[in-house]
Structures are given as structure tokens and as C-alpha cells.
Design a protein around this ligand. Structure first.
Ligand code: EPU
Length: 421
């Protein structure tokens, strides 16, 4: 396992290009199950999670080929309907094959994902929705086994907006007989991106990006060539890097409309943000203001940016409170940040942060994807050397983050980990 070594204290400046969004690419690649034929996906990020979904689709009989950031998937010969434990345990978003498999093959066997580092993450809302569409669902031996004769449109209400749950239901409902209405649906940009691709394939979807989505089932969908939207979380992470290092970074190829909550909070924290059509420029200021934050479903502040924002608050000029409202256990970065000199106390789903004048470099361990990014950010701001180990978590969701940061002036490198003696 590689490590990332950072010598902190440098101010970052320059231009950086954001890649395709992991959380848009994952459902869009699985949507290929819904139609027989050759798909081409452009601007697909080169990430471990994307490798996992490509591997899963290959296991199911799809022919998958890659050419840089373009992925070709031929689903003509797809004939397996099982997502085995070995693959789902690597990436819980593998559950996204459930809806499309049911719609195409009328059966699916998908390992239950189980909990993960950030919370229990149940899939009851996915299963409840699919059974309302007429699927017969059994949970046996750690697997979801679902069958149906023909999915039928239904009214589905989500107790809480779920991103992958909404996506699974959108895909299944696209080939159901009749009309499905999803209420309290997730409204993330990745939902709109999936709806756009499904519509391009021939689906009839309205209301994507609002809490009520209507999907009129169609008999057949066609393969398409399409491109993945920019990654708003990668963009947000780089924006924090600018504010934190008192730098000046232009983040290109992003969609500023997707970044509104992050821009709002960064401005309140004192950073200067200039917005262009497809880029944002963030200039950090000497004084970072302490501000409070709560994570919410989109368009609220994303939970996927909470750990990174906490690093900024850890060197701000006072107290701030961060409430994590999406995942019950998403403060696993806190103990590592405290080892770097941050002053953070946890109480339930609240983190109380007392800004300190500076962080100090230390060996730290990454425990999940966004926690890894936060530790790298902390390393950029810290005095001395920080070694972030277990960076395979980072590689699940950030493509060459260390190279992008190095181009902006960071003293950062990736090295193979020393063997344990
Ligand atoms: N929930 C349920 N039952 C369900 C589904 C969800 O109770 O059946 C709860 C969850 O436990 C959580 C809340 O609903 O408290 C929202 O979870 P959601 O289902 O929206 O999360 P997800 O779809 O599993 C996606 C992203 C996550 C991101 C969350 C929240 C993908 C592949 N993953 O997960 O991304 O944090 O939405 O925005 O889209 C990441 O990229 O680092 C990441 C974890």
C-alpha cells in the first residue's frame, strides 16, 4: 500500500482541471445493463471504484474496454445476474446493479453490502421501492435475491432522500409497465446526470433534480455515447486547498452551479471566490473565519465535503460546530486530525472545533475516502512532514490528487509503503 508524504506550509497557486464525477459515473455505467448494445462513456475518471464497477459488469458478461478516460461497454452478451460478495464488499455502490438487472433479466442476486466505516448504510429503501414495483425480494445467505415477471409502475415515497436508492429506482422504473412517481427523491446533480443519460437512451423521465420525479416506463432502451459531468467533490476539495494554504487556485472544468453551498461557506469563512462559466477561482485570506456547518442532502452542504471543511475550521480564528446529519459515523478523521494538533471534540453527531494557530505534521492513517482527502489537506497546511498511509481509500475517489496538488506547488509525493517489521 502506498503512502503520501507531504511537507506542509506551501501556498498553492495555479490552475487545475477537475475530472469526471465518480458518483455520476457509477450509476451511469450500470445503466448500460438496461439496453443491449455498445455504449461509449467519455470523461470517466480513472479510479478504483470505477475499476470495481467495470469488473462487476465484465463478470456479468459485458465486454468492457478502456481508452484513457473513455470506456466502451458492449452489453449484448450479458447473461449473468449475480453481484458476488467479493465484489460488493470492495464497493457498496455495486448495489446499483440491482435495479437494472431486475429490469433487464427479471432476476438479480446481489450481495448485501453491509455497513462501512462511515455508518450502517442500510438499503431498505432500495428494496422497499423495488418490491412496490412488483419485485419479489428475499434476503438469504447474505444476498438479496429479487425476481419479477414484469416490473409495474408505482408510487414510491422515500422516508429519507437516498442517492443510490433513487438511482436504482429510476433505472428499474424506466423499463417498468406504467408510471412510477418517486417522492422525496434525492436531488443531487448526479441524479440529473443519470436522468439525462436515461432520457438519451429513450426513457421518459420528468422532475429530476426536484423531490418528485415521474418515470413513464418504456418497452426498450438504446445504447448511447455520453460524457460524465465534472466531480463537484474533487472541485470542492481543491477549493478548500486554496483557502487553507492562503493560495490562489483556478479550478477548471467544474460546474459552479453544483458548488453553491460550498462557495457560500467558503466565502463566509473569508475566502474570495470568483465564479466563471465552467471554473471557479479561490483566493485564501490570512484570517480564516470560524463558521458553523451542517451536512444536508443536496442542495445543502454535502457530507462528502464535511471532513475537508473541518480541516479548514481547525485552523480558523475561533469556535465552530459541524453537524453531520447524513452518516452517523463520519467523524473518523477527527482523531487523526487531533494527532496533528487540531482541537476537536465530538458529541453525538456534532463536532466542536476550536481553531488553533497551526497544525503539525505527523504520521496519520486514512480510514475512508473523504477522510483521506482531509488528512492530505491537513498535511498541506501543517508545519513539517505528514505521512498519510492506507491511501488506497483515496484512490477509490480521487484521480492523481497528489499530482494535481504538486502541479499547484505542493511538496507532495507518493511512495510505496515500507514493509512492516
Ligand atoms: N438510507 C437508509 N436506507 C436506505 C438508503 C439510505 O436509511 O435504503 C440512509 C443512509 O443510511 C444515510 C442516508 O439515507 O443516512 C443517505 O444515504 P444515501 O443512500 O443517499 O447514500 P448512498 O446513496 O449510499 C451516496 C454517495 C455517497 C454520499 C451519499 C450522500 C454514491 C455512489 N455514493 O451514497 O458518496 O456520501 O450518497 O450524499 O453516489 C463518497 O463518494 O465518498 C460517498 C460516500
Amino acid at each position: 500500500m502506498d503512502e503520501i508524504i507531504i511537507k506542509g506550509g506551501r501556498s498553492l497557486s495555479g490552475e487545475v482541471v477537475v475530472g469526471g464525477a465518480k458518483n455520476a459515473a457509477l450509476p451511469i455505467l450500470t445503466a448500460s445493463i438496461l439496453a443491449k448494445g455498445k455504449f461509449t462513456f467519455q470523461n470517466v475518471p480513472d479510479l478504483r471504484d470505477i475499476d470495481s464497477i467495470k469488473e462487476l459488469l465484465s463478470t456479468m458478461g459485458a465486454a468492457v474496454e478502456c481508452d484513457g478516460h473513455t470506456v466502451h461497454i458492449d452489453t449484448t452478451g450479458m447473461n449473468h445476474y449475480e453481484a458476488p460478495y467479493e465484489q460488493v464488499r470492495k464497493m457498496r455502490a455495486s448495489i446499483l446493479v440491482l435495479g437494472p438487472l431486475l429490469a433487464r433479466m427479471k432476476k438479480a442476486k446481489v450481495s448485501l453490502p453491509g455497513g462501512c466505516a462511515i455508518g450502517a448504510r442500510p438499503i431498505d429503501l432500495h428494496l422497499n421501492g423495488l418490491s412496490l414495483l412488483g419485485a419479489d425480494i428475499k434476503l438469504e445467505h447474505g444476498y438479496v435475491e429479487a425476481t419479477c415477471k414484469q416490473l409495474k409502475g408505482a408510487e414510491i415515497y422515500f422516508d429519507t432522500p437516498t442517492v443510490t436508492g433513487t438511482e436504482n429506482l429510476m433505472m428499474a422504473a424506466s423499463l417498468a409497465k406504467g408510471t412510477t412517481v418517486l417522492r422525496n427523491a434525492a436531488r443531487e446533480p448526479e441524479i440529473i446526470a443519470l436522468a439525462d443519460v436515461l432520457s438519451q437512451m429513450g426513457a421518459d423521465i420528468s422532475g429530476a433534480g426536484t423531490a418528485v420525479m415521474t418515470i413513464k416506463g418504456v418497452k426498450k432502451l438504446q445504447p448511447v455515447t455520453t460524457s460524465i459531468i465534472p466531480d463537484r467533490i474533487e472541485a470542492g476539495t481543491l477549493m478548500i486547498a486554496a483557502a487553507l494554504t492562503r493560495g490562489d487556485i483556478k479550478i477548471k472544468n467544474c460546474d459552479p452551479l453544483h458548488l453553491k453551498s460550498i462557495i457560500h461557506k467558503l466565502e463566509k469563512a473569508g475566502a474570495e471566490v470568483r465564479i466563471f462559466k465552467k471554473s471557479v477561482r479561490v483566493k485564501g485570506k490570512k484570517i480564516i473565519n470560524s463558521i458553523d456547518l451542517k451536512t444536508m442532502p443536496y442542495p445543502g452542504f454535502p457530507t462528502d465535503m464535511q471532513a475537508q471543511f473541518m480541516v479548514l475550521m481547525s485552523v480558523a480564528n475561533g469556535f465552530s460546530v459541524i453537524a453531520e446529519n447524513i452518516f452517523e459515523n463520519r467523524f473518523i478523521h477527527v482523531s487523526e486530525l487531533c494527532r496533528m494538533g487540531a482541537d476537536i471534540t465530538i458529541s453525538g453527531n456534532h463536532a466542536m472545533i476550536k481553531g488553533v494557530p497551526g497544525l503539525s505534521g505527523a504520521p496519520v492513517m486514512a480510514t475512508d475516502l473523504r477522510a483521506s482527502a482531509s488528512l492530505i489537506l491537513a498535511g498541506l497546511a501543517a508545519k513539517g512532514t505528514t505521512t498519510v498511509s492506507r491511501v488506497y481509500h483515496l484512490d477509490r475517489g480521487y484521480e492523481s490528487l497528489e499530482k494535481k496538488l504538486a502541479c499547484l506547488g505542493a511538496a507532495i509525493k507518493r511512495v510505496p509503503a515500507k514493509p512492516i517489521t
